[in-house]
Design a protein around this ligand. Structure first.
Ligand SMILES: NC(=O)c1ccc[n+]([C@@H]2O[C@H](COP(=O)([O-])OP(=O)(O)OC[C@H]3O[C@@H](n4cnc5c(N)ncnc54)[C@H](O)[C@@H]3O)[C@@H](O)[C@H]2O)c1
Length: 390
């Protein structure tokens, strides 16, 4: 079974059910296509020049979607598939798991012309992307994002990374997936916690590049709160897919991300806006990993966004009502908006390790001016962090 394809433009963001849509990007001279739709996985063969590919799959996804995975794989290869299943979650982004993948690629005789397919959330895709980027000096990579966060953010734009030395994402390279196949059917089994995390990145994307999407999300905050504000973070959210226009929202957010990375792949300018909430987010995320209650990436980004909006509102560089709306929406999605501040020396060390910091200019923050307009050269004082983080 194959579906028709259509290439999106910014004004063309509504879609018919079952009709995949494609956003085309040119990243570092290489084409990268984002395909969104309930049957997007069936497009896999298009992005695999030399079948069969090899697959690395998130354990949860492998357990919960075996039939669908089989169908996707059969579109490329009717024989035995080389498949490695790894547990998703931040801990997988490690040197040890990268080593596991290299050994498995060697055992599977994966050559220079092969395709590595990553199927999972942002953590699996960051790790598998890095493996694809470095194996035999770079092989074709295709991503099937299975979380909301990965669909609207992590899978798009070619950043890969692992965590090491107590830091978040310090090791990675740019290696865009040739195909990003976002299949909303995977989201039926997503846990409440993962929906919340995805909302943090979707809100961020709307804030930097799509005031209309932000207004729509804010307008829907009561329905979002009914679905996301309370409940067991480990459990799926029954009925959520049909309750709100997720495909449209994912399409709109993906368009913003694709547009930004298309214009600035190497993060010299506009792409830095995507770090809204991330400078402080990475600090609290790394800091929380030293406790027995580590924050997820989405939760940390939510805290980071809430703090920079409070700082900007207090300085008068962003309107107070905008900051209030942002915080209302984050809270409606069950996301945290404050956190215990690290001790001064720790805060300094974690800020200094920010990947975006330069020796000459120090840490440059993304500070909001209004929805859709960010200051990319912002400065924030430690006192302001202490005041608004706790
Ligand atoms: N490369 C980038 O540009 C970029 C951008 C944003 C975030 N990220 C990274 O993404 C990571 C966070 O990604 P995430 O929020 O997707 O987390 P994740 O990959 O840890 O997934 C969350 C949980 O959901 C499970 N899961 C995945 N798909 C599922 C499904 N369909 N049904 C049920 N369970 C499922 C996973 O096993 C995991 O336990 C962070 O490490 C962050 O740094 C990268």
């Amino acid at each position: 079974m194959r579906s028709t394809r259509k290439t999106t433009s910014k004004d063309d963001v509504t879609m018919q059910p079952n009709e995949p849509k494609t956003i085309a990007m040119k990243l570092d001279g290489r084409s990268s296509h984002f395909v969104l739709g309930p049957l997007a996985g069936l497009e896999l063969a298009r992005f695999v020049p030399h079948p069969p590919p090899v697959y690395i799959i998130d354990e949860q996804v492998a357990q919960r979607h075996p039939d669908w995975l089989k169908q996707i794989q059969e579109g490329c290869d009717h024989f035995e598939h080389h498949k490695l299943v790894l547990p998703g979650g931040e801990a997988v982004k490690s040197l040890a798991h990268l080593e596991t993948i290299y050994r498995w690629l060697a055992d599977s005789n994966v050559g220079r012309d092969a395709t590595l397919v990553g199927i999972g959330g942002g953590t699996i895709l960051d790790l598998v992307g890095l493996a694809a980027a470095t194996w035999k000096r770079g092989i074709n990579f295709v991503a099937l994002p299975t979380t909301l966060l990965a669909m609207v953010d992590a899978a798009i734009g070619g950043k890969t990374a692992i965590n090491t030395a107590g830091l978040k994402n310090p090791v990675g390279v740019f290696h865009p997936a040739s195909g990003i196949l976002a299949d909303c059917g995977f989201l039926t089994t997503l846990s409440l916690g993962a929906w919340r995390d995805g909302m943090a990145e979707m809100i961020k994307t709307a804030l930097i590049g799509d005031p209309r999407l932000f207004a729509h999300l804010h307008h829907s905050r009561d329905q979002l709160a009914a679905l996301l504000s309370e409940g067991d973070a480990e459990q799926p959210v029954p009925g959520i897919l049909g309750a709100l226009p997720w495909s449209e929202w994912i399409s709109q957010a993906a368009f913003v991300k694709a547009d930004v990375v298309n214009r600035d792949f190497r993060e010299q300018g506009p792409r830095r806006a995507l770090n809204l909430g991330h400078t402080l987010g990475h600090v609290v995320e790394a800091w929380s990993h030293e406790t027995d209650k580590p924050l997820t990436h989405g939760a940390a980004v939510s805290i980071g966004m809430a703090v920079v909006f409070r700082i900007a509102a207090e300085r008068g560089t962003c309107s107070v009502p905008t900051a209030v709306q942002v915080i209302e929406l984050l809270e409606a999605c069950g996301l945290p908006i404050s956190y215990r501040c690290p001790p001064a020396a720790k805060l300094d060390r974690l800020l200094a390790s920010d990947k975006k910091a330069s020796a000459r200019d120090g840490v440059r923050w993304v500070l909001p001016r209004k929805v859709g307009l960010m200051d990319l050269e912002g400065r924030v004082l430690a006192d302001e962090i202490r005041k608004w983080l706790d």
